[in-house]
Ligand binder design. Sequence first.
Ligand SMILES: [Zn+2]
Length: 149
Amino acid sequence: MIRADKALRKAKVKAKPKRPSLPSLIAKADKITSEYIRRKWADASGNVVCISCAKVLHWKDAHCAHFIERAAKATRWMEENLRPACPSCNVYRKEFHSREYTLAMIDCYGREGVEELKSEARQVLSASQVRMLAEEAIVEFGLRLKDME
Ligand SMILES: [Zn+2]
């Protein structure tokens, strides 16, 4: 009996989940957030409109484009900062994309809203704050994706 108990205890210690590394957490948050944003903006047939060139494409072929670049962690998983875009705008037509995206953001949130987002993005976050934001995005957008099914 004592032996079995010991074995069980050992197994429990082994099964204890390891805290995921920050990079793996960020990657997971990016993946879930991206899927949520693209599906949120999709119509009944699963199509989205590129924020910059208005091309219609399936959400699975679209990118989740950041208005303020991903390097700014405070806005990296912020819904307001994200829209579907076609891969060519998001990857290759940088100047055009940034100009058109800015106009669309001003139409949507006004100049003040865009400035607010920009000042939000300038916040310098600690690693534990980034971890918290990533975890929040995983939980929140994960739940909303479940609701879509
Ligand atoms: Zn486009």
